[in-house]
Design a protein around this ligand. Structure first.
Ligand SMILES: [Ca+2]
Length: 401
């Protein structure tokens, strides 16, 4: 028994040394090593190696949260992370909002030589508990740790009651530090017990005063009617003065697809510096490249999240399947793509606004949606698209202070 313990300590030391030699690593991110507690991890919150629920055997880390008010983290120091850019990836799952879970997230925090915390790199993934599926959710995020830091930590933060499991946390490309990315920056300062700002939409309206909202999409976005309803008319009804405090950058392009937009989103982020984005594609992907849709949307979301932009994906509108010929085929492709979009949104932890399902239901119920051409929604369809956004955004809820 003693020999086994010694062996695992030697292993941990070897792993730590190789981390120094090769770059940034997460030690025991698979939670393979340890007894009740996982080697290499510590924290005040009740936590243990769970040998019954895991993504990879023999165990995961379960944070079994029992304090409805408190939020705190299980942590591990990241050795030699200063000045490096790398990707952190892993999996998490939870018992969801029903169990009293308020929020959980993975973050990287660092402290400078004066012991002041920095949050430039903090935010890897916020898990929106009301969207939990009960399945393992994959996350991946590029992180840049400022140079000259005294220390850096990875934090597994949990707030509220319920259970959260983490497994297979790792640095992508083990030890291979990516080129530094000085463009990454911003982010609020926060204390160790409260990483990052409160996620959008958790108890407050999703849009915030001062937002620069980047709208990415095809002709339906470019036409502007949906955005005028959502960001002007609706706000004037409910939030006095808010419309004037939000800047819309409509980057919709007639005929655009997710794949084409993925190629130009970096430049848009750099030029427009958005804080929030609405992403709505599919109509042109449905005939051009339905099979590439999922990865193209995922790429757009990843680029936006890497720049700390809050993302809402809006489904494309329904295509009237009763039309003969090509439109019927496109409608069937779109049906499949919308299912993929929902899964990508859950996987990436972004806000998902579904206008497709109510429009489909309305069309199949014989409602006159007044589609001139069967594709581009007219007045009522635009209203349904704006309604989907407002529903996802918690319209009528309080504004973020
Ligand atoms: Ca495991």
């Amino acid at each position: 028994m003693t020999r086994v313990v010694v062996a695992s300590v030697v292993m941990a030391v070897l792993v730590a040394q190789s981390a120094l030699a090769q770059g940034v690593q997460i030690v025991n991110g698979s939670f393979t090593d340890g007894g009740d507690k996982a080697d290499g991890w510590s924290g005040k919150r009740r936590h243990y190696r769970d040998t019954k629920t895991y993504r990879s055997p023999p165990a995961s880390l379960c944070v079994d949260s029992d304090d409805p008010k408190d939020g705190s983290s299980i942590t591990q120091q990241l050795v030699d992370a200063g000045g490096k850019t790398f990707e952190i990836a892993g999996f998490a799952k939870s018992t969801g909002k029903e169990s009293g879970l308020e929020q959980y997230q993975v973050a990287v925090m660092s402290w400078d030589q004066n012991n002041k915390s920095t949050w430039q790199t903090a935010f890897i993934q916020n898990f929106y508990v009301h969207k939990h599926t009960g399945d393992w959710i994959e996350f991946k995020k590029r992180v840049t740790v400022p140079p000259d830091v005294r220390r850096a930590m990875i934090l597994l933060y949990v707030k509220g009651t319920g259970k959260v499991w983490y497994d297979d946390l790792h640095v992508v490309g083990a030890g291979q530090a990516l080129a530094a990315n000085p463009a990454e920056g911003g982010g609020a300062s926060a204390s160790a017990s409260e990483p990052a700002t409160k996620p959008r939409g958790e108890g407050t309206y999703w849009l915030r005063p001062g937002d620069r909202v980047l709208a990415l999409g095809d002709g339906v976005m470019a036409e502007g009617g949906v955005l005028r309803l959502a960001l002007e008319d609706d706000l004037d009804d409910k939030y006095e003065g808010l419309a004037k405090k939000i800047r819309l950058v409509n980057a919709g392009v007639v005929g655009d697809s997710a794949a084409r937009a993925a190629a130009r989103v970096d430049a848009l982020i750099a030029q427009k510096r958005p804080t929030a984005a609405v992403v709505c594609f599919g109509l042109n992907d449905s005939y051009r490249d339905p099979h590439g849709y999922r990865s193209a949307v995922r790429a757009i979301i990843t680029k936006l999240q890497d720049a700390n932009v809050g993302v809402t994906v809006l489904t494309p509108p329904y295509i009237d399947a009763s039309r003969a010929g090509e439109l019927g085929e496109r409608s069937r492709a779109l049906d499949e793509m919308v299912g993929q979009l929902k899964r990508v949104a859950a996987e990436k932890g972004v806000t998902y606004a579904d206008c497709y399902t109510p429009m489909k239901r309305a069309a199949q119920g014989g409602a006159a949606l007044d589609w001139g051409d069967g594709i581009h929604p007219a007045k009522r369809g635009k209203r349904m698209m704006a309604d989907a956004l407002q529903e996802a955004w918690g319209f009528g809820g309080p504004l973020q202070e």
